[in-house]
Structures are given as C-alpha cells and as structure tokens.
Unconditional design. Structure first.
Length: 280
C-alpha cells in the first residue's frame, strides 16, 4: 500500500512537471499578451496596459484580428483558430522596435495617438482607419516584414489538411506561397515546403536527373492528392504533381513534407511511366 502511494505521488509529480513544461513551451515567444486568443477580450484589457508593454499589446491584437478575418471565410471555417493565429504570426513576425529608424519611430508614435483613442472608446468594429494605424504601428517600415494574405486566393489542396496561402509584399511587390499542413495524427500544423529540399533529398534528385535531366519545378501551386485509402502502405502519402508548364512532368510523394520520393514521370510525347508503381 505504501508503495502504491509513493507511485501515485510520483506519477502526479511527473504529470505536474509535464504540464508545466508544456505551458512554458507554449508561452515561449508569445509575448506578454500571448494568453489572449480573442481580440475582443484583449481589447478589454486596454486600460491595464503600461506604456512599455504597448509593443506587445498592439502586435498581439494585430495577429488576432488578422487570424479572425481568415476564419470568416467558408473554406477556412473548419481550421482551428489557434492554427490560423500561428500562421499569421509566421507570415507577419514581430518587427522589433530596436530595428526602427527615426522615420519609423515617428510613424509609430503618430499611429499610437490614433490607436489610443479607438481603444479607449472601444470603437473597434469594422474600422478601416484603426486597421490602417494598427498596421502602421506594427510595421512602420511597410515591407520589411509586412505581407498581405488574400483569403479569397487561399486554395484547399487536400480538404482540411493542406492549404496554399498566396501572399504579397506590398512594398517590394514580391509574391510568395506558404503551404500550411495540418497533421491530424499529432493535432499539429506546420508551414511546409512542397518542392523537395535538395540537400535532404539527394536520392530524389538523383532519380529525377536520371529520368528528366532538364526538369525544372514550376513556381505555381501544384495539385495534391492523398494515397489510396484501402491500401495501408499508401494511405498516408500525399502525391504531388507540379503545375504543368511544359510537356515534361513528374509526380512525387511524401508523408511528412520533408522526405520525398519520385513516383512517376512523363517525357514529352510519352505516356506516364511509374518509377515504383503507376498511379490510378
């Protein structure tokens, strides 16, 4: 009986330590207001915000509002709010105050004067002027970090699992596509690469060069399909076919978007040929 009590106490201690570590991991890098996952709740905390904490406060509010805007689109309604929030943070990381030049600091101070009035009066609903000043505050350089994601151009490549987010840097005009993969097994998500990393997939590139020496990957969003559900050895794979710009094309597969293998290819004028087995 005594041993059972000791084991029980030890088990509780281990569980407590585990949750403490998880809490620390989740909170790390979240900023002072990372515990808020609702812009409305965060807005109510405005009166308690000290001047030295304004950077974290407005940055958190910006992330939450942007994530909530994405959530309003029908094709993203099943994506967890926390996933969209983390995605927004990835696309628009915090612009450290120490990196601001004199002009940037002036713009931030002007924006803050306007923001103070809106937050004090709780005038936050559908306010384009507030959003303009908020964007100016979190990124006065207008382009070093700031990118715009158009929800209407988001593509669901695999239902509820893989999404393509097209973003545009309003300062440089540069377009970039982010791929958000929701790993259902681990209840986790990752920003992933669709094109295999050459250093980490040397066998893949060796085989690709063997069959199509001059092949180049398209910059456009590919098509992606899941493996055959009835085949346990195939069901976990994602099959990727790049957008076809030329007559040569390939299809490759992955389980984790880190390690890839070539599944089939097609030369100009020829039929598809399976490297491992033909895809139906």
């Amino acid at each position: 009986m005594e041993n059972e009590n000791i084991n029980y106490i030890e088990m509780r201690r281990n569980i407590t330590v585990l949750f403490a570590l998880l809490s620390i991991t989740f909170a790390f890098g979240q900023g002072k207001y990372g515990k808020y996952l609702s812009s409305k709740k965060l807005a109510l905390a405005y009166k308690t915000v000290k001047s030295v904490d304004k950077d974290d406060y407005y940055q958190q509010y910006y992330w939450l509002v942007k994530a909530e805007q994405l959530k309003t689109y029908p094709h993203l309604k099943d994506v967890k709010p926390a996933v969209l929030y983390e995605f927004v943070k990835k696309v628009n990381p915090q612009n450290p105050t120490k990196k601001l030049d004199k002009r940037g600091k002036e713009l931030r101070e002007t924006a803050e004067l306007s923001l103070n009035q809106y937050f004090k009066n709780k005038n936050l609903e559908n306010n384009s002027v507030l959003m303009y000043n908020l964007e100016t505050y979190v990124d006065p350089s207008k382009g070093e970090y700031y990118t715009k994601v158009d929800p209407e151009k988001i593509k669901e490549l695999v239902p509820k699992e893989l999404f393509a987010f097209n973003s545009n840097n309003r300062n440089t005009g540069e377009d970039k596509t982010y791929y958000l993969w929701i790993d259902k097994k681990k209840d986790d998500f990752n920003i992933v690469d669709i094109i295999p990393n050459e250093k980490e997939n040397k066998d893949f590139y060796a085989r690709l060069k063997q069959y199509l020496p001059g092949y180049k990957f398209s910059k456009y969003v590919p098509s992606v399909k899941k493996g055959t559900k009835t085949d346990k050895t195939d069901a976990e794979y994602y099959y990727i076919m790049p957008f076809e710009q030329n007559t040569d094309n390939i299809e490759y597969k992955t389980k984790d978007f880190k390690t890839f293998s070539l599944s089939q290819y097609r030369k100009a004028g020829d039929e598809w040929k399976g490297v491992e087995k033909p895809r139906k």
